[in-house]
Design a protein around this ligand. Structure first.
Ligand code: PRE
Length: 257
């Protein structure tokens, strides 16, 4: 009974959640375009380059840890949609606590797959969409990387909310699979192949639209993109959608705890 009251009170629908995922596609595509303005800039990631007093690690790690510390103090991680990449030793929020509606099961707090997202981004994605080379803009490079990581992380962890809404809509189907801790059945229940196909197509189309050079007059440069649309749809097919589903399953497995 308590659960029902909560669901009604919060009233989030699958349509609303999907609208947010669609809007987040824009943010992800744009963040990749912004990063692609710079070449790979390897020293950004090289611990022996930075030699920052009192810090051992790369310039990127320094930038991300310091930025997350400031954002934590400003309250960013009070928002259940936000997940830090370095959650250990983050300073507490210094601002008045905003009471976000409690939509998710408390177990949601223990799910953070940013380590996986970090490795995927730096090992697989980044080398595939930036040009090799070095223009020495390391601070800007680190800032653009963090924007990409945060946008991708927010989208993937949104799976918690997607799963919660699906669970509420079809509780009697989900409950037995959760009690049995049956990943296979849960995967089948939460998968909508047609939706996944539409996401991939739409993302490719957005990449084609946002990534083309806008020119007045002749269209001489058609086919030249700031980020290859195939890489963006590949990112979704290989990583974003599978990891969103992973978060959904991780969440559902704990949903009755
Ligand atoms: O829209 C959903 O239902 C989701 O769970 C999100 C999503 C996605 O990542 O885009 C993941 C799994 C579904 O098969 C379809 C789409």
């Amino acid at each position: 009974k308590h659960e029902m009251a909560k669901a009604e009170h919060n009233n989030v629908t699958l349509g609303m959640v999907r609208d947010s995922l669609i809007r987040q596609e824009d943010t992800i595509v744009y963040s990749l375009i912004e990063r692609a303005r710079f070449p790979l800039n390897p020293p950004t990631y090289d611990p022996s380059y930075a030699s920052i007093p009192g810090f051992s690690g790369s310039l990127l790690e320094f930038f991300v840890k310091q930025t997350e510390a400031v954002q934590a103090k400003a309250g960013r991680y009070d928002n259940p949609e936000e997940h830090p990449f370095f959650p250990d030793n983050l300073p507490p929020s210094l601002v008045p606590h905003y009471k976000y509606p409690e939509v998710l099961h408390p177990a949601a707090m223990s799910i953070n797959i940013n380590k996986l997202i970090w490795d995927m981004y730096f090992n697989k994605l980044l080398p595939s969409f930036v040009s090799p080379g070095d223009d020495e803009n390391y601070a800007l490079t680190a800032a653009r990387d963090l924007e990409c990581l945060q946008a991708i992380s927010r989208r993937i962890h949104y799976g918690k909310l997607v799963a919660e809404v699906k669970f509420r809509d079809e509780r009697k189907d989900y409950e037995p699979a959760i009690r049995a801790q049956d990943r296979f059945t849960l995967t089948n229940l939460l998968t909508f192949t047609n939706v996944e196909e539409a996401v991939k197509k739409r993302v490719a189309k957005k990449a084609m639209t946002f990534c083309q050079e806008v020119k007045l007059g002749d269209d001489g440069d058609k086919g030249k993109y700031k980020v290859d649309p195939a890489i963006v749809s590949g990112l979704y097919a290989d990583w974003v959608i599978p990891l969103t589903k992973e978060v959904e399953i991780d969440y559902l497995l704990r949903r009755l705890n």
